[in-house]
Design a protein. Structure first.
Length: 90
């Protein structure tokens, strides 16, 4: 089974590689292979500018969508909780 690495970890690994830290130190600290370090470093170099090219409107739009999903989830959980309280007599 392949290990899933979160984006924050990938960024830290790539940044460490870009700053000149020894490859062996990076691999042992973050428990990743050298090929992943090279891959993530290349991705950061090639696509790092995308972070600064996102418009404010795009970011706000994605936050609004995420907020809507969270409110929807809260509503479902509240309904489930109310139901369970009725069933259990609380």
């Amino acid at each position: 089974m392949r290990k899933v690495h979160i984006s924050g970890k990938k960024f830290k690994v790539a940044l460490a590689a870009l700053t000149g830290e020894k490859l062996s130190d990076i691999c042992s600290r973050y428990e990743v292979s050298s090929s992943l370090v090279h891959k993530w470093k290349k991705q950061l170099k090639d696509q790092g500018s995308v972070v600064f090219s996102q418009s404010k409107q795009t970011v706000e739009s994605s936050h609004t969508k995420e907020l809507s999903k969270l409110y929807e989830r809260i509503g479902k959980l509240t309904t489930e909780l109310d139901f369970l309280k009725k069933v259990l007599g609380d």
